[in-house]
Design a protein around this ligand. Structure first.
Ligand SMILES: [Zn+2]
Length: 417
């Protein structure tokens, strides 16, 4: 039997709507389309909450979200009365740790969620390395590995006469351009999306090179290729809605405190608010587990004109979110934010901690032996389901804490049966 391999490419910030926009252009993204045609395209692929890079990147490689990883970007430590940042925390086992445990060889090209979580700098059999630079530089590491069986990094040559069991490649250009930074600033949403689509075209070419090289080396048929992401992106402009929200809460009789991070300076509040950038996390000082209070607050909050979605603690728990993340999560309509930093009123900002469709609905496609080809999966799938499914296909152990489902409908054997 042919030895099977995994290449998992994470294109940070690959919102589904970018792909849809490109798909409307007849000849756009020929190589991603080729990959999609070879395998399964997920019509309803979604990310978790909060849709922020570290929580979601660690969630994907562990097959679970912050109820297991602990990484939800920030939460309120009630006892210490402090807003705690979670940084790169991951309490769950990663697929890298599984591979290390099983004695398999793998390489992580800047997939930082595996650094110190299975992958190690300078260690050939489970190499972590950071080429830096843009997607061209990182793809060139992958292509050299496929074509020449070597990785050159910081003066050391690592040889892989046999292609590694898994290669993890992390690319963040779609995210960086999507955030609309000064060096490629777009003054309208349309131009911002256009900027991202141009980068996507460049990435598509290198995905084409990857497919071609795998084919030339006779590896294509034995390789699983997973293309997914941690979140999309949404833009906003004008004043933050935090003050409006505070006014509404005060009118309803609540004492409100706000804290961005660190110690909350007062204990004298009924409601505490914090925010990453867009969505607002709300904590109730007294009645954290009072369902009725949360439900009635949700109803009132949902009526505010700038609010799009409100989730209660219970609903967040059902989505795999760490309990202390929020008692209520308030996500604004597109264009609005609950930013806690002063905003330049004319500037077009863009980021992704939002329940908006543009942030939650993500691009995902997978191909490989035993996976159906030219198939559109229409059921709801989360990015935490992907690694557990592939671990099953590759006959690897499941990551210990995984809660993601095995997506049986995309497999040939099960699809037929
Ligand atoms: Zn990201």
């Amino acid at each position: 039997m042919m030895k099977k391999h995994l290449i998992y490419i994470n294109l940070d910030g690959f919102g589904r709507y970018y792909y849809d926009r490109m798909r409307d252009e007849q000849k756009a993204l020929p190589n991603i389309r080729k990959l999609v045609k070879r395998g399964v395209f997920f019509e309803q692929a979604y990310t978790g909450i909060p849709s922020i890079t570290c929580p979601m990147q660690s969630g994907i490689v562990s097959g679970c979200y912050s109820d297991r990883t602990g990484n939800c970007d920030k939460y309120w430590n009630r006892e210490a009365n402090e807003i705690v940042l979670t940084g790169r925390l991951n309490r769950a086992q990663t697929i890298g740790e599984v591979l290390a445990e099983e004695g398999r060889t793998f390489v992580s090209i800047q997939q930082f969620a595996l650094e110190g979580k299975g992958a190690v700098r300078g260690r050939k059999d489970r190499l972590y390395m950071e080429p830096g630079g843009d997607y061209r530089k990182r793809f060139s590491v992958l292509l050299k590995l496929i074509r020449e069986n070597v990785i050159e990094h910081e003066g050391t040559i690592y040889e892989y006469p046999e292609f590694p069991d898994a290669v993890f490649l992390y690319i963040d250009d779609l995210d960086s351009v999507g955030h609309n930074p000064p060096w490629c600033y777009a003054d309208s949403e349309e131009k911002r999306v256009d900027n991202v689509c141009r980068v996507l075209e460049g990435i598509d070419e290198l995905i084409g090179e990857t497919l071609k090289s795998l084919e030339e080396k006779g590896l294509l048929d034995s390789t699983y290729l997973l293309l997914t992401t941690d979140h999309g992106m949404v833009s906003y402009r004008g004043k933050s809605r935090t003050e409006d929200l505070i006014c509404a809460l005060k009118e309803w009789g609540y004492r409100v405190a706000v804290c961005r991070e660190g110690n909350v300076e007062t204990k004298d509040f009924d409601i505490l608010l914090t925010s990453h950038d867009i969505q607002c996390q709300m904590f109730l000082a007294e009645e954290a587990d009072n369902l009725n209070v949360m439900e009635s607050l949700k109803k009132r909050l949902s009526g505010l004109p700038y609010v799009e979605t409100v989730l209660t603690a219970q609903e967040l728990t059902e989505r795999g979110v760490y309990r202390d993340y929020a008692d209520l999560l308030i996500s604004p309509a597109e264009g609005e934010s609950f930013s806690l930093i002063p905003l330049d009123q004319k500037h077009l900002y863009a980021t992704h901690d939002s329940l908006h469709e543009k942030c939650q609905h993500i691009f995902t496609a997978v191909t490989g032996p035993g996976i159906r080809s030219d198939y559109r999966e229409t059921s709801l799938v989360y990015n935490k389901d992907l690694i557990p499914t592939l671990a099953y296909c590759l006959e690897w152990k499941q990551p210990r804490d995984a809660t993601g489902r095995k997506l049986a409908s995309i497999l040939m054997e099960e699809g037929k049966g």
